[in-house]
Design a protein around this ligand. Sequence first.
Ligand SMILES: *[C@@H]1O[C@H](CO)[C@@H](O)[C@H](O)[C@H]1NC(C)=O
Ligand SMILES: *[C@@H]1O[C@H](CO)[C@@H](O)[C@H](O)[C@H]1NC(C)=O
Ligand SMILES: *[C@@H]1O[C@H](CO)[C@@H](O)[C@H](O)[C@H]1NC(C)=O
Ligand SMILES: CC(=O)N[C@H]1CO[C@H](CO)[C@@H](O)[C@@H]1O
Length: 306
Amino acid sequence: MIGVFASAVLYVAHVLATPVIWDGRASLNLTAADLDSSTGPFLTVVKGSEAATHYSQLLGDTIAPTPLWGTDSEQALSVSIDNSSVFLPGGSNPQYGFRRTDIIAAVDGQHDTLITQMETGTTVFHFSVQQDASRPLNYSHEYQVAFIEPNDGSHIFELQLGSPFTNPTGQLPAADAHSFKVLDHALNVLFSTPFTADAWHNFAVEVDWNARTLAVFYSQDAEPLQSVTDTVPNSSAASGSAGQGDFHFGVLKLPLVNSADSPSNQNDVVHYGIQEGTTEALLYSGVFVEDASGGVSTGSDSVREA
Ligand SMILES: *[C@@H]1O[C@H](CO)[C@@H](O)[C@H](O)[C@H]1NC(C)=O
Ligand SMILES: *[C@@H]1O[C@H](CO)[C@@H](O)[C@H](O)[C@H]1NC(C)=O
Ligand SMILES: *[C@@H]1O[C@H](CO)[C@@H](O)[C@H](O)[C@H]1NC(C)=O
Ligand SMILES: CC(=O)N[C@H]1CO[C@H](CO)[C@@H](O)[C@@H]1O
């Protein structure tokens, strides 16, 4: 680990020293109408039947964003689910097993071209997460909260919370349910840390799209990001365009097995299972994607040493 840390220090770069490919740090002038129309950096269509702003709110000056990147030009965003959060992909076949609100990286609704821009060479996916004290998650369930999803439905990496879905259902909540887990494509846990209250948890995942490797960085609040893993292989992910996909963040809650369902339906987590229909939320800020050619940005106070 010492060697890993030393090499990470060499990569320390001033904030924005490397090109930002997509900036999801909500500017202060982004409006609710922009969220509803997917104008600006977010595609907001993966949600239930209500308008996007029923499930995601711009927080203005009510809750400060992560201090990692400076606080004067960004507002935090809440993302919530309730019992209406049943997504109908393409307008049919409702996903009754899930409750989900996903925000997808886009530019005024356009996301396909952005995928190839964000997922070429070596790029870094930054996101900061905080608890919403008034709308807690239910840690007996699994939550997939940030991930890149190619067309095969797998995840290049994933930030997970709660108790991983199992059939049959195991002991709930799982031992590490209250911890963030950063998973690789093969669902190995690369890094885990407790989801403590009243703090911004800052993550960065560096993806080398050619070598198919991952590296994870983490800090809290204004602390500079630190390397917390080696650069590890992720070669179960497809190479080329088959391994590229939308960058999602939000709240995706998996069900528990419903013993009343048929055995095959019990494994169909998308469409079947138990959901309580509670209102739950997470707060996000500091979401952006950068090119890693100049190193990984570790915070607004970091200094380029290279
Ligand atoms: C919002 O502010 C950003 C800079 O923070 C600026 O680039 C953008 O043009 C502004 N948008 C509108 C609609 O005024
Ligand atoms: C939640 O929604 C599902 C699917 O529409 C419905 O079957 C269920 O009765 C609802 N539960 C509550 C608590 O409203
Ligand atoms: C959390 O989920 C479990 C499992 O479905 C359920 O028994 C419990 O009532 C839920 N808690 C809340 C607060 O909804
Ligand atoms: C950490 C790690 O090595 N993760 C996986 C990346 O992909 C390879 C190839 O499928 C897996 O064997 C690794 O477990």
